[in-house]
Design a protein around this ligand. Sequence first.
Ligand code: F0G
Length: 458
Amino acid sequence: MSFRTIIEPFRIHSTQAIRSITSEQREAALERAGYNLFGLHGDDVLIDLLTDSGTGAMSSRQWAAMMDADESYAGSRSFYRFQDVVRDITRLKEVIPTHQGRAAERILFSVVVKAGQVVPNNTHFDTTRANIEFCSAEARDLVIPEGRIPAARHPFKGNMDVTALEATIQEVGRDRIPLVMVTVTNNSGGGQPVSLANLKAVRAVCDKHRLPLYLDACRFAENAYFIKLREEGYAGKTAREIAREMFALADGCTMSAKKDGLANIGGFLAMNDPAVARECRNLLILTEGFPTYGGLAGYDLEAVATGLDEALDEDYLKYRLRSTAYLAERAEQGGVPVVQPPGGHAVYLDARALLPHIPAGQYPAQALAVELYRAGGVRGVEIGSVMFAKRHADGSETPAAMELVRLAVPRRTYTQSHIDYVGEVIAAVAQRKDALRGYRIVEQAPWLRHFTARFAPL
Ligand code: F0G
């Protein structure tokens, strides 16, 4: 017999209390934080959907592996175990641990990206973009047109526009393109997957122009399971086999193990080119640490090694993608349109569609994010013009392509009743949407301003 309900494929072994605070306390917390949800004290948040990064619950197997870690400065047994697991999944030869994804990005780009160059990607995540721009290069987003339209349904909305990639190479010249990247899943475009057919097509363009292809692999396991569910010919393959096929098309990857590594910290950089690896390790020693630990404790390496295997467990992946889709259904039932189809790790509320009376320059997605916290202590994150507007020298801004609020689902952390509660909060905010007002920025940093900007309500 088979049953309809997809259960959490674990039982809860230890718990952590969360408490709710009054609406007056939430209002005061918002004022203190300058209406920036990154500025809140974690204890003032009831359900924290700010990120799925480093916020998941680890398994008893991970904790057990951590207890048995080797803290040798050089040549730790835990490093070799980590390297074996990464190589088994990616088949990439050189494995360089880093403390998280952006460290891998910074090191890779410092080695391969020169000023004036252009890096194509389906959509750069904010740290990826910032690290490329920090090298005085251009980060160019080339996702397929459907990937920019929240309501457009496409099974692989994270795919790269291969024609646009070819046109970019013609326009810029291959010598000004140090590498091509593809982000799986496409976080900034809605957590949308990339198909193997698309990866193969991108690979063919890279081969034709002799360009290296790197995956931003943070959510490779979720991407692999989407391929299993949606791409013709993959239903009979395991997530691990599909992941291997994805990595087989790449020359390297950057990885934040805080996502599909199911760990609270960690990452890596992996590639086949030994010359690039040598230069990366030289930089690693300068800022992260010796190449067999890269800024991580031996126990972190163990947590990641075990987590990478658990992330490919299909009972887990089935539950994972279903629980995110469930949140999307709840949001739509509550009257808030979401990016369709829902992504793997997060649901993206379409603030522009919900709040047409707030212009982009008054940050409608920021207004929605603040309101979800104000109403019910739910913290999401703005992924719109606060994060991605193009800022010009005269202070004006070109708005971002979409105005979204991301509700990211931490892995193995919240139960279905937590999500039902979030659905109620969303519905309550949608009921009074006409009363919502925009924000202006009163203080901001030159890059990655969304982390620290302060706002005032209009
Ligand atoms: N690439 C992607 C696609 C990401 O989503 C992230 C992080 C990174 C790179 C950087 O990794 O945080 O370990 O340095 N995303 C988190 C998020 C922060 O909330 O989406 P990191």
